[in-house]
Design a protein around this ligand. Sequence first.
Ligand code: STX
Length: 319
Amino acid sequence: MRELYPPIEPFQEGYLQVSNLHTIHYEESGNPQGQPIIVLHGGPGGGCPPFYRQYFHPKKWRIVMFDQRGCGQSKPHAELRENTTWDLVDDIEKLRAHLGIEKWVVFGGSWGSTLSLAYSQTHPSRCTGLILRGIFMLRQQELRWFYQEGASYIFPDAWEEYLKPIPPAERDDLLTAYYKRLTSPDIQIRLEAARAWSVWEASTSRLFLDPELMLIFGNNEFADAFARIECHYFINKGFLETENQLLLNIDRIRHIPAAIVQGRYDMVCPMISAWELHRAWPEAEFIIVPDAGHSMSEPGIKSALIEKTDKFADQPSQY
Ligand code: STX
């Protein structure tokens, strides 16, 4: 089993203004002369914690990470205006140009896999490889499974807590009921909903509950951005043109070397989506981790991801 590389500090960090409203925080770590890789975090609204650097050989990679609009150290915090999938795709291009990088490998899990697909299908010539995990394509069945009915059957105890902020009369449509509260002018209503929404995801992300993860996800500041931004994207169907857009446009990226890593017991992004992506894109290497849930910190997922980043580091970056 592969373990994380030792912790490292960024060699550069800064802010990039990407619109009148939004400024994103980015950082670079590893080797300034290494092969560039861009890390796309989950949620949306999750931000990039420092340990994400440790998935990459620090002598081989030039590791670029940034916090997507409204989360992490980006400003303004938890802002929903001017915050869509296509704004984020444009931000990735702005950051790439700002750093003087011609092409890079794209690394993303969960919502990060959604954004990786949207970005690479829009700018395929900028991508030398794709490493995707916990596949999420933001289709109605996926949202329904996690936020309305499905995962609730496996985690009825955690589900009770998720239901608490919503009165029984509104439980037929939990996404809408949550959106109303997460955008409420009453800060107490907003934060109560945000914590419950966020803790639901923390409770279901791993095979074994991690109390530390529950604390991070239950923190007001983290939860406010995470829950508001996720719900905003989901209410808006990911700002995609059609339900299956990311599957239907696979031809645009089929030629790019890729690996898909999926936990068999992923309750947040169940394996059916990874399987459908694999069927649509058989050229991409497909790795099922038999004893893992959703989180990139699950031992088998972590190991598979590091194996893949090592493998991609040893491939020539030009195609
Ligand atoms: N959202 C899944 C997702 O992208 C439905 C995700 N889940 N947890 C995360 O992201 C973080 C660990 C990045 C917060």
